[in-house]
Design a protein around this ligand. Structure first.
Ligand code: GDP
Length: 465
């Protein structure tokens, strides 16, 4: 436990109905009580008590407040915690913080309350990260995913694997350390079986990241098409369907991104690549180049074509070019008008390069004018986003790149170990990889496992020496 008591305004900057000043540390409650006059003394932990902050100069009431305290270890950080809820005036809030600082508290660093919660064993790293994700959630669905992670869902999913690794390590270590004793050494088939079971499940988690990332960061959809086919109209229709318009996160928008919306709880970033056409102008070429890059980088591409016009060579070219970039949808728009082309004609232009069978084209007939087919289009976009969803439920979804990297490293170590076991290498060699695999999982949750391993060796094998 750290010695100092920290203080911070817990509510966002600016004016509001309520503002909260929070203290954590061994002097938290004492300092807070010096600032607040309470009706009831001493205050009962985990209960709010009405009180008042007095003006030190006049002795008069400056603000009415609610005071709440938590006694260690039953608090967010695991230390004594006090919260003063006053009116959301930045002047009062600033004054309260000044008073706390004058009494020996220190201004908290960003995230320090949660850091302390982690250091004091109140939560593991994945949970601490989930706190941040929950705060930053832009849709309710994202919040739900973060909340399940906050409950420790990912750690719970990893726990049996870590246990299994520790056990395997313990068996192998015991075989080496106590070679003269009659400790049963584990057989090769058993080693391989255990390795496979862990690796298979970790791999599943790694693969679920594709969808997890989309949930966390949103799906990027680039809308492609020639001018006037109805790209903007269609996008506006999609926006209207899900009223929850998402506020863009500062710093993440790129040049080409024009709007962000939410579809089924997944933030959708529209990358408008309107300027795509062949050009000889150098400046325009650069723009086209950037649009191409954005299209290629997108999770999904939507080609909009005008079904009331003849299908041209240029349309076919654009379709093939888009198709080469990965999964795409086609909206045959202006379906309310007399048709001049059809899904069959469009599909015939689909790329059949290298004689390779390309996936069937999803062609949805839409009208941005009447709204026809827009619901279906939305569902297809959602389906594409959720292609990876069945890989993991909300709880054990890997949404964080750090987690995915560590899981990948763990899988790699297990694969090395499995290869070694296949060749029946010395157990000491296997142990190197097993420790590595475990270390990656420990880094994920922030635990260190040496004691666990020692404990297992000596409790399980009961070697009374
Ligand atoms: P963009 O240049 O591809 O973004 O196309 P716009 O969305 O600006 O639409 C171009 C024109 O087509 C506008 O006059 C729209 O009102 C019209 N338009 C768009 N979608 C439809 C549709 O489904 N049916 C009809 N009849 N007109 C449409």
């Amino acid at each position: 436990m750290t010695e100092d008591t920290i203080v911070a305004i817990a509510t966002p900057p600016g004016r509001g109905g309520i503002g909260v000043v929070r203290l954590a540390g061994h002097r938290a409650i004492q300092i807070a009580l010096e600032l607040v006059r309470l009706g009831q003394q001493p205050p009962e932990p985990q209960r709010s008590t009405l009180g008042a902050v007095l003006d030190p100069e006049t002795g008069k009431v400056l603000d009415e407040v609610m005071f709440t305290c938590f006694r260690r270890p039953h608090s967010y950080t695991g230390e004594d915690v006090a919260a003063i809820s006053c009116h959301g005036s930045s002047v009062i809030l600033g004054f309260l913080v000044e008073c706390c600082l004058a009494r020996g508290a220190r201004a908290a660093e960003p995230g320090e309350f949660t850091l302390r919660a982690f250091l004091n064993g109140r939560m593991d790293l994945t949970q601490a990260e989930a706190v941040r994700d929950l705060i930053e959630a832009r849709t309710l669905y994202q919040a739900r995913v973060a909340a399940t992670q906050l409950e420790g869902a990912l750690s719970a999913r990893l726990k049996p694997h870590k246990q299994s690794l520790v056990e395997l390590i313990a068996r192998l270590e015991a075989g080496i350390d106590f070679a003269d004793d009659d400790v049963e050494v584990i057989g090769w088939p058993e080693i391989l079986k255990r390795l496979d079971a862990i690796r298979a499940d970790l791999k599943k988690l790694v693969e679920g990241y594709d969808y997890g990332r989309i949930v966390r960061e949103g799906l990027s959809l680039s809308i492609v098409g020639r001018p006037n086919v109805g790209k903007s109209s269609l996008f506006n229709r999609l926006l209207k369907m899900d009223r929850a318009i998402v506020t863009p996160t500062p710093g993440t928008t790129r040049d080409l991104v024009t709007e962000t919306a939410s579809i089924g709880g997944i933030p959708l970033r529209l990358v408008d690549t309107a300027g795509i056409r062949n050009s000889s102008d150098d400046v325009e070429k650069m723009g086209v180049e950037r649009s191409h890059q954005a299209m290629a980088d997108s999770d999904l591409r939507l080609l909009v074509v005008d079904s009331s016009r003849d299908w041209t060579q240029e349309d076919a070219e654009l379709l093939r070019r888009t198709q080469r970039m990965g999964f795409m949808l086609v909206a045959a728009n202006k379906a309310d008008l007399e048709p001049r082309n059809s899904a069959e004609i469009i599909a015939q232009s689909a790329s059949t390069e290298d004689g390779e069978e390309s996936p069937p084209l999803e062609i949805i007939s839409t009208s941005a004018l009447t709204g026809q087919g827009v619901e279906e289009l939305r569902d297809k976009i959602l389906q594409a986003a959720r292609a990876g969803e069945n890989l993991g439920s909300e709880g054990d979804l890997v949404t964080n790149l750090r987690h995915q990297q560590l899981l990948k490293a763990s899988v790699a170590a297990l694969e090395r170990c499995g290869a070694g076991a296949g060749l029946k290498v010395h157990h000491e060699m296997l142990l190197l990889d097993l420790y590595d695999a475990l270390l990656q999982l420990d880094a994920l949750t922030g635990a260190t496992g040496v004691e666990d391993i020692l404990g297992t060796i000596f409790s399980k094998f009961c070697i009374g020496k």
